[in-house]
Design a protein around this ligand. Sequence first.
Ligand code: PMP
Length: 422
Amino acid sequence: MTATVPPSVPTPVSTPTTAPLDFNAMLSDRARKMTASAIREILKITQEPDVISFAGGLPAPELFPLNDVRAAMEAVMTRYGAAALQYSTTEGHLPLRQFLAEMAGITPEHVQIMTGSQQGLDLMGKILISEGDIVLVESPTYLGALQSFQPYGPQYMEMPTDEEGIDIDALEALLQELKAGGKRAKLLYAIPNFQNPTGRTLSKERRERLVHLTAEHGLLVIEDDPYGKLRFTGEPAPSLYQIALDRVGGNPDHSHIIYSGSFSKTLVPGLRDAWVQAAKPIIEKLVQAKQGADLHTPTLNQMIVTELLPTVLPRQIELIRKAYGERAQDMIRHIKAQFPAGVHHTVPQGGMFLWVTLPEGVDTIPMLARAVERKVAFVPGAPFFALGGGQNTMRLSYSNATPQQIERGIKALAETISEVVN
Ligand code: PMP
């Protein structure tokens, strides 16, 4: 009997050769599902110094607490010595977990430190998504989450959204329809605060309904909240995690919400410090997955962040909220004055982004090249849609631009848009 050769493995060639292996043929099925982000390729051209970029989701570097980070590093090196540079536990630096647990009204065993919340998304995909599992995502949603989940083979279903975030009536109808068809969604992924890419915020009433509805239908929910502290207008709404915790009498092991937080937007992104709050069985699996990924988040970075928690973090949050609030207001003022009629935009209450919708039929991907000729860049919206569409949309980031850049950039963008919309 001859052994069958799997189609992805090339048949060995018996003659000696110096030709390289067919590397593509060696890739796993999982790797084949990873796609290069078309956006990243386009955005490379926007990184020239004279291009005003509203494209990258970058925090404002001039607001980074450089001296505080330097002082915190000195302090922890003195206090911990070699331990600051040694391997440490996968779960994370205990004082950091204790602080986060206290903020959330839970205990540290429900908190796992992550190397950026992006790692949390990847590891949650790894431990939760089997091939074909139905995963509900907002329409549009964070591109990086789609990238993280994609290799694990989800079947995406989109939840429609409007100005108040996810349309809960539509979600309810979707869940009923699935149930009637004998199917069930496994996971719902949402960004309730100042969403990336739209800047929209889920209203309090909808949060309550979302938590109860998903509990009734037995879904897990990932609440991705890197921007929650950056509210510059309006009333704060409780997190899904908090609502769920109240619903189950404060027992984190009975909560179906997995909360993902990050210090990237409130302190600095480069330290790659973030965390996940969840029921113990989820945390235990995440610990195992993280051991395979990177053993632990850098010890020194966690210690630096911990040092910054009591005074620098609250001060930074105030500083950033004020700055981003002004920048958002500025951008909106220029948009209103300059963009042609028929172009709509969101009005964020916090965070770093706003979302522009052009008339149907307009495609923002070819428009980007025209905008870059005018020295301004944005992110075309289409890749943020799990199931396609959204060609007539774009994301603008105001977090990393001066008033002059906002004025000049929006003027150049308005001229670009006016070439096709009038
Ligand atoms: N989630 C969302 C919604 C984001 O916008 C980002 C960053 N752009 C991340 C997660 C990842 O952030 P980090 O890994 O820096 O915590």
